[in-house]
Design a binder for this molecule. Structure first.
Ligand code: HEC
Ligand code: HEC
Ligand code: HEC
Ligand code: HEC
Ligand code: HEC
Ligand code: HEC
Ligand code: HEC
Ligand code: HEC
Ligand code: HEC
Ligand code: HEC
Length: 469
């Protein structure tokens, strides 16, 4: 076999005109070259004419942005710079955080305050919205923010006022601090900005729930049940009791996240009617009304009582019962039922008798200031709706777990001041990566499972981008 590379020189030597014969390989090479140039030009031209920029996609944008997926300029206000962006990914100085997408592009649709993670944030170089919200990465990536984006700051938290309200050094759930409610506070913290202060107050070195309501889980959850009132419809022979479960007072909200607030009318009234003196029971038991309304209701009831008991209005009954103070025993008898009622109200006796009924559940106010509730001399309760508002939680996701696994002390709690939350160690029983000790389960451990990033404490709802308004 002759060496093919030498064929040309051989042909020249022998003067055979092989050069003019067509070479199929060369022809194919040429045709490919033409196609490779023409096709992209046609496609680019087509894209330009039809406005379908999708040909440049590596992957489509996330489903939430589908409607603007083809309108690249909505996000890319600057020129696309894939090479620089790639260099940035490899840490090339100068290219770091280079992007064709600016925060302003995102904020044209998403309100500006979405970025206020915390007002005391020191400007860390996190690279803006696109550092956490990845586009063109498949449908779910947009909100699945990786831990690295949080631990970047929380691994070593720096704030403008130098003292942080919150723990630093959090690099994973393994190094996560105990919940503040279950920690022994130190001299220095947590500072006032921590929401633990809105739920609890310090009492002899431990946190006490400051809801100011008297309630005893232990008695109400007794295995033998609680006695029903004598006139309760379910109380047949007079000494029936009922065994209460958590669900009698605690039901999850519509989203299954937090428990609905306990309400007197729904959860207490059937066993604890507001027992007051006979003159206040005209029209039935006293409603559990706001103190502002209560004064009016009391007046109405006293008047109604006086009208149906004229003998008590005139001649005046027992002076001490009627008159505000004993030093004026000769005060004239009240003109009518209205005046009788007014005198009883201003004497304070009526309020005192009502207060004693309220005091079963409500603390006495040691320093009442002016106002309707001060007349009653009780403290308005403040049972929190959220106990750990720096996190998010879902009761529905834990339906399979027994309530007392996370609220251990409930059965033995005889005071509403007890904190009935569990330690983070309980969470780690399940929320743990396989390599953690004591764990045979494997539930997600990433920060955003339990936390949000944007400033939700400010009460602004930025779920709705302005564009959708
Ligand atoms: C919802 C906003 C959004 C839309 C719409 C969008 N992109 Fe992107 N795109 C991004 C983000 C965010 C990045 C990542 C930027 C970074 O990491 O710096 C990106 C990155 C890119 C990159 C690589 C990095 C760069 O800056 O060059 C290309 C190329 C790109 N997009 C092309 C397109 C094209 C073409 C379209 C229209 C068909 C489009 N994108 C539509 C948000 C968007
Ligand atoms: C042209 C308007 C527009 C622009 C520009 C835009 N978005 Fe959106 N974005 C939307 C709309 C509309 C939704 C869907 C809203 C919804 O589902 O409630 C959305 C949803 C989102 C969501 C919520 C996803 C979820 O899981 O619910 C995130 C995060 C988001 N955008 C981030 C960004 C980022 C980051 C940028 C800049 C790269 C950006 N957006 C640019 C309109 C826009
Ligand atoms: C740019 C820095 C930075 C990044 C990134 C960051 N944080 Fe923060 N974070 C802070 C600062 C600063 C505070 C407030 C500290 C203080 O008040 O003492 C804070 C406070 C918090 C708090 C407690 C206060 C609150 O608002 O509930 C939580 C929880 C939190 N961050 C979670 C996260 C999570 C989850 C991520 C990731 C998605 C994240 N952080 C990313 C800087 C950052
Ligand atoms: C008869 C009604 C009633 C029943 C039954 C009841 N609770 Fe409560 N629970 C309350 C009231 C009232 C409060 C608010 C007062 C307080 O802060 O303790 C409360 C508060 C709580 C709190 C938050 C208080 C804190 O300090 O942490 C938890 C947790 C709780 N209950 C769990 C349970 C569990 C678990 C059960 C069942 C084993 C249960 N409760 C049964 C009435 C009830
Ligand atoms: C099914 C009936 C029933 C319901 C519902 C009920 N209780 Fe009671 N409660 C009782 C009985 C019976 C006692 C007396 C128990 C005892 O002394 O052994 C009692 C006692 C109390 C006491 C006295 C303090 C103590 O240490 O026992 C308070 C305070 C109280 N209940 C508050 C409430 C509140 C608040 C609610 C609603 C969240 C409520 N109860 C719901 C039956 C009930
Ligand atoms: C058997 C227990 C019980 C008795 C007795 C009781 N309350 Fe309450 N009260 C509650 C509970 C539980 C709450 C918190 C949930 C709610 O608002 O219903 C509450 C809440 C309140 C509030 C705050 C309402 C709000 O919207 O924040 C006021 C004010 C109040 N009670 C006044 C009274 C007065 C006045 C009396 C006496 C006439 C009284 N209560 C008697 C259990 C009781
Ligand atoms: C996996 C652990 C876990 C289980 C199981 C659990 N809880 Fe909770 N519970 C929590 C946490 C965490 C909070 C604090 C939520 C917050 O930040 O307000 C809480 C809060 C509460 C509160 C206070 C109101 C609120 O929602 O914040 C009540 C009441 C309560 N739980 C009752 C129950 C009852 C009743 C059950 C059983 C049906 C139950 N919990 C099961 C962890 C649990
Ligand atoms: C299994 C759920 C869970 C996971 C995962 C989790 N946290 Fe938390 N974290 C909580 C709860 C609950 C609190 C208590 C919130 C409160 O006290 O209001 C908390 C508190 C915090 C606080 C406030 C600490 C303080 O000083 O009181 C910070 C900061 C925080 N977490 C950051 C993170 C970061 C960063 C990650 C990811 C590495 C993370 N968390 C992962 C549940 C979780
Ligand atoms: C018995 C196991 C178990 C325990 C204990 C447990 N969790 Fe979970 N948790 C789960 C499972 C399973 C899921 C669902 C995971 C999923 O959907 O990927 C979950 C999901 C969650 C979610 C996500 C809810 C959502 O809306 O998607 C949060 C937040 C959470 N857990 C917080 C906690 C906290 C805080 C504690 C401790 C007080 C705790 N968990 C204890 C098993 C547990
Ligand atoms: C440090 C990471 C981080 C940065 C930087 C960041 N986000 Fe987010 N973003 C998150 C996390 C985590 C969530 C999901 C939980 C939440 O809502 O906080 C989220 C959710 C959102 C949502 C969905 C709304 C919602 O409440 O669920 C929008 C819209 C959004 N971000 C827009 C932006 C915009 C615009 C920027 C830039 C100005 C930005 N984000 C910067 C972490 C970040």
């Amino acid at each position: 076999m002759p060496d093919s590379r030498k064929i040309r020189s051989i042909s020249r030597r022998l003067n055979i005109e092989l050069d003019h014969l067509s070479n199929p390989i060369r022809q194919r090479r040429f045709r490919w070259g033409v196609w490779c140039t023409v096709v992209p030009i046609v496609l680019i031209a087509l894209a330009a004419v039809t406005g379908k920029w999708t040909i440049y996609w590596a992957r489509p944008v996330a489903s939430q942005h589908h409607s603007i997926g083809n309108d690249c300029g909505q996000c890319h206000s600057k020129h696309l710079q894939p090479i620089v962006a790639l260099a940035g990914r490899f840490g090339l100085p100068g290219a770091a955080h280079a992007s064709s997408v600016t925060d302003q592009d995102c904020q044209n649709c998403h309100r500006e305050d979405t970025f206020d993670h915390n007002p005391v944030m020191v400007d860390h170089a996190i690279g803006g919205c696109v550092a956490c919200h990845n586009e063109h990465r498949g449908q779910d990536a947009l909100s699945l923010v990786a831990d690295g984006n949080c631990t970047l700051c929380h691994g070593d938290l720096k704030t403008t006022d130098e003292s942080s309200t919150f723990h630093s050094g959090i690099t994973s759930l393994d190094t996560h601090p105990e919940f503040a409610l279950l920690q022994t506070p130190t001299e220095s913290g947590p500072a006032k900005g921590h929401a633990v202060h809105s739920v609890a107050e310090l009492d002899q070195g431990t946190w006490r729930d400051k809801s100011q309501l008297y309630f005893n889980h232990e008695t109400h959850l007794s295995d033998d049940g609680v006695l029903l009132p004598a006139d309760h419809p379910d109380n047949g022979d007079g000494d029936q009791s009922r065994v209460l479960t958590c669900a009698d007072c605690h039901l999850p909200d519509d989203r299954g996240e937090y428990m609905q607030p306990v309400v007197y009318e729904k959860h207490c009234q059937e066993c604890h009617r507001l027992e007051v003196s006979e003159s206040l029971l005209v029209g039935g038991e006293l409603p559990h009304a706001a103190p502002g309304l209560l004064a009016g209701i009391l007046r109405e009831r006293l008047v109604a009582y006086a009208q149906t008991h004229p003998a008590e209005v005139s001649p005046p009954a027992n002076a001490t019962d009627v008159l505000p103070n004993k030093s004026t025993p000769t005060a004239p008898a009240p003109k009518d039922a209205w005046e009788w009622a007014e005198r009883r109200l201003s004497s304070g006796d009526t309020f005192r008798s009502v207060t004693s009924a309220c005091n079963l559940c409500h603390a006495k106010d040691a320093n009442p200031t002016a106002g309707a509730i001060a007349a009653l001399n009780i403290v308005a309760p403040q049972v929190p709706e959220r106990w750990m508002p720096h996190s998010q939680f879902s009761h529905r996701r834990h339906e399979a777990v027994d309530c007392t696994e996370c609220h251990e002390g409930v059965g033995d709690s005889s005071s509403a001041t007890d904190i009935l939350m569990t330690s983070i160690d309980t969470c780690r029983n399940c929320h743990a990566s396989r390599n953690m000790v004591n764990s045979n389960r494997n539930v997600r451990t990433d920060c955003i499972q339990c936390h949000r990033y944007h400033n939700h404490l400010s009460g602004t709802d930025h779920r709705k981008p302005a564009a959708a308004d």
